[in-house]
Design a protein around this ligand. Sequence first.
Ligand SMILES: [Zn+2]
Length: 460
Amino acid sequence: MPSFAARCLVVAFLATKLAAQEPYALVGATVHPGDGSPAIADAVLVVRDGTISAVGPRASTKVEAGVRTVDFAGRHITPGLIDTHVHYSQTGWADGRPDAANVRADFPYEQAMADNQAHPDRFHRAFLHAGVTAVFDVGGYPWTLGLQTATALDPLAPHVVATGPLLATFDPKLSLPDARQFDFPADEAQARTMVQAHKKAGSAAIKFWFVTHGDDDVAKWSPVLRAIGDEAKKSGLPLVVHATTLASAKEAVAAGARLLVHSVEDAAVDEAFVAACKQTGTFYCPTLTVYAGYAQLHASKLGDEVKAQLDAVHPSVKERALRTAQLPRHNPRVLEAMQKHLSLQGDVMAQNVRTLHAAGVPIVLGTDAGNPLTLHGPSVFVEMEAMAAAGLSPGQVLRASTHDAARALGRADLGRLAAGSVADFVVLPTDPSVDVKAFRALTHVGRAGILHERAGLLPR
Ligand SMILES: [Zn+2]
C-alpha cells in the first residue's frame, strides 16, 4: 500500500485537478432531487469545482455569463446510485467464495484476492458504468480501508466507505496466511479491544457478522454483541450488522445497529422490532437478490439476467462467470428444494420490506456485490427492480438508492441534487419515477462534476 504521505499527494493532485474544472450547466432535463422533494421540470443544474452550485427551474435559476451549457432537454437526472452493501474482497464468482463452491484447485483463493487488491479499478469502473457513485464496503481485507482515501476525489471511482475486517461469530475459512478479514471475539473484553483496533486502522464503521444457529446461539452471543455496540458508540463508529433471523436482528438493533445489511428472512417482523428500529434510527438494507446468484452457482447454470450483465463488467469477471457451466451440478431434488425454500423466503423478505417501509423505517439499496454472480455494478438494477416488485413505488426506490442510502453511509453531502452536494449524478433517457428500469439505459454519469459518457466507463 502507498504510504500515507503518498496518498495525501494523490488526493491533493486530484483536488487541484477538480478545482480546475470549467463550470458548466446541464439545461432542460427533469431533475429528481432524490430526497423525496418534487421533480423539477425544465431544470438547470450548475456544476462548479466538483460540487452542485445551483439547481432549480430554468425560469428562476441563473446561469452566469460564460458558463458552458449542456443541453439535456427530454432527459432525466438523478443523484448517482449508492450501493450500501458491497465487498471489494470478493470477486463476483466462486473463486472469491470457495466456501460456496470449492474451486480452489483451478482458481486459487490467494490469487483471486491478490488480483482484487491489485485491481480495484475493475470494480470501480463497473460501478460507475452502472451509475453507482458511492458504495459501502461492509467487510473485507485491511487493504479495503485504503480505498476510502484513494477514491475520495477520483472521478473514475465511486466513493468507498469501508468497515475493513469483520467481527464474526463464525469462521468461513476465508483468510490468507498474511491477512485476515475476520476477527473472532471470544468474550466482551476481546470484542472491545478489537473495536478499538479497527478504529485505529481507519474503519468507518464496525461490522458484525452475526451468523447464528438457533435462538440459544443469539442469547449466547448477546453479551459480546452488546459490548461491540457499546464500544463502537464510545468510539463514534456506527454499527453494521449481518443478521438474517428475527431474533438476531432484534438483538442487533438492541445493540445499536445503524444499518442491517440483510432482510429478516425467517419470520414476519413484529411490532416490537419495527418500534426498536425506529427508536434506534436503524437503516434496513433488504439485499433481496443475492441468493439467486448462489442458486445459479449450485445449478451450474447462468441465468439470462447475469448473462446480460457480462459485457458491462471486466473481462476477467466475465470469463470466470462463464465457467459456472463447468461446475459440478447439485442433485436435481436438492436444487428443487432449494428453489422452493428461496421462493418462500423471498415472500417473507418482500413482506418485511413493505411492513418496515410503511412504518417509516428507511429502506436502502444494497446488493452484496462480490458474492457469486452478484456482480459489482450492474446487480444494482436487479436489486432496485426487486425492491419495486416488493411494493416500493419507483420514486421510493429512487430515494432508497440515493438520499437515504447516503444517510446510511453517514454522508450528508451525497445522494441529493441540491446546492452544496457533491456533483455525482446520472442522466437517463426516460422517467425513473415511472419505472426503475430507466436506470438500465443511463447515458451519462457525473462523478465529482466530471461528466462521463457511459461507454467511456466500461471496465477494461
Ligand atoms: Zn455482505
